[in-house]
Design a protein around this ligand. Structure first.
Ligand SMILES: Nc1nc2c(ncn2[C@@H]2O[C@H](COP(=O)(O)OP(=O)(O)OP(=O)(O)O)[C@@H](O)[C@H]2O)c(=O)[nH]1
Length: 274
């Protein structure tokens, strides 16, 4: 078993020891250290007795105590440091498992796990909620003209801008390449369209400095509201994706949702035009 997340500054022997502790388990490690202290104490007292040539139990007692007093804090602090390091490693592992490393927002897997619970609750209690799929427009051009690193920088800026347009309870994640996804709990369709429009405007106003000039982009957004007929979260995502496709077809840089109400038949329901 490896300990890839132990800090690089930790010395080699410490990393080796951590791997060993991980392999045997923390309680076995504590038992082993206790045994080491006991054996060292007995060994030292026996050594002292044999050097002196006679068995004085007070000398044995004092040397055993001295041994324990020096070794216990030393090994105890080592164990404490190990526990802190492993705890830090565990936290870092959690971040890696839930966060997208480019943008810092949640990754897709974590989004699905978190939102599935929210979705089930919203569905059971018929609470309004909505989903947004946000896709950067003509992003290939950005990469082609300014390079992939510039594209990365722009993606980070878009994610930050989207995050700043949301409430604490909303869940934002990177869904794939240049696509973000947002779940808006306790939000009715009109509210969701307002949020989407705010996001669209803010991204349009972004300008990211790059090699002496600035780079900007726009986003297309598909919105899907929670409906009683929805069989699953995947289905809701599919509806948001269809609405996003409509936004792209309508010239990009706009927000679209699908015509769920009978009065709004025909094509994607046009919501916010740029
Ligand atoms: N820099 C960067 N580019 C990415 C990343 N993920 C996906 N892309 C790029 O995003 C581009 C997506 O291209 P397309 O799917 O053709 O879409 P588009 O050019 O945005 O065009 P439309 O979506 O139709 O507006 C590709 O060039 C991908 O390489 C990433 O993490 N970093």
């Amino acid at each position: 078993m490896s300990t890839p997340f132990l800090s690089d500054s930790a010395p080699g022997w410490f990393r080796w020891l951590s791997r060993l502790v991980l392999r045997v388990g923390i309680w076995r490690a504590v038992a082993a250290i206790t045994a080491v202290v006991a054996i060292a104490a007995v060994g030292l007292s026996q050594g002292v007795i044999s050097v002196l040539g006679h068995g004085d139990r007070w000398i044995a007692f004092i040397s055993a105590s001295l041994c324990s007093v020096t070794l216990t804090p030393l090994l105890g602090s080592l164990i404490l440091r190990l526990v802190f390091e492993l705890d830090r490693a565990q936290k870092q592992l959690t971040i890696l498992a839930t966060q997208d490393d480019l943008t810092g927002v949640h990754n897709r897997r974590h989004f699905m796990a978190v939102v599935q619970r929210e979705w089930d609750r919203a569905r059971r209690y018929s609470t309004a909620s909505a989903l947004l799929l946000i896709d950067a427009d003509h992003f290939k051009r950005v990469n082609d003209q300014h390079g992939h690193l510039c594209g990365d920088e722009l993606l980070r800026a878009i994610a930050k801008s989207v995050g700043s347009s949301l409430r604490q309870a909303d869940v934002l994640a990177r869904f794939g390449g240049e696509e973000l996804i947002v779940f808006l709990p306790h939000t009715d369709p009109l509210g969701a369209l307002d949020v989407a429009e705010r996001i669209r405007e803010r991204v349009q106003a972004l300008s990211v400095p790059w090699k002496g000039s600035t780079v900007s982009t726009t986003v297309s957004i598909g919105m899907a509201p929670m409906r009683d007929e929805l069989p699953s979260l995947d289905w809701m995502i599919h509806e948001a994706d269809t609405a996003l496709y409509a936004a792209k077809s309508d010239g990009r840089n706009c927000v679209r949702t699908l015509p769920f109400e009978p009065s709004r038949s025909g094509g994607a329901f046009e919501t916010h035009r740029r």
